[in-house]
Design a protein around this ligand. Sequence first.
Ligand code: HEC
Length: 164
Amino acid sequence: MADDKTFIRRFSVIIVGLVIFTVLIIMLATTFQSPPDPADNPSQLTLAEERIAPVAGVRTSEDDPGGLVASTGAPAEAESGSSAPFDGSLDGKLIYDNVCSACHAAGVAGAPVPGGTMNDRAGQGLDALVANAINGINVMPPRGGNSNLTDEQVQAAVEYMLNP
Ligand code: HEC
């Protein structure tokens, strides 16, 4: 019995000592270790900034082309879907290369090829050709399938096709 009591007392003392030692170690560790600073990890910081970056910016001043501020939510004109493609450019070659050449370069489905079979169609006059290109003709879809092209842009492309 006496031996048991001695053992339990010593054992408790050792346990308490170990607990105090553990607490001390934890306190020491926390004083030496500062909380993680994102500046220590540049890739983490960049990733976070990328994730929270606004999807678009608005230019507030012409003097400061780089001065973008976060969008206020009003969609830019280009995103509304109603504006003319190619910034409204009347560059016939540009429009032809991007829209019309898909069929007309190789004569897909009998599409007249500029500098070739296109010349056979010239007889009906520019206005008739442009009207057919705008409204579509047989297999050819209206405005070559790009409904955002303006009449003027279609005409520019037709003029280029007649004189490539
Ligand atoms: C999906 C294929 C396709 C695309 C894209 C396309 N065309 Fe055509 N186009 C045709 C076909 C096919 C014809 C021949 C239609 C017929 O006469 O049967 C044609 C005919 C024409 C004609 C002759 C019409 C006539 O009255 O003889 C013009 C002009 C023309 N296209 C202009 C354009 C322009 C401009 C674009 C681009 C904005 C364009 N096309 C894009 C397929 C296409």
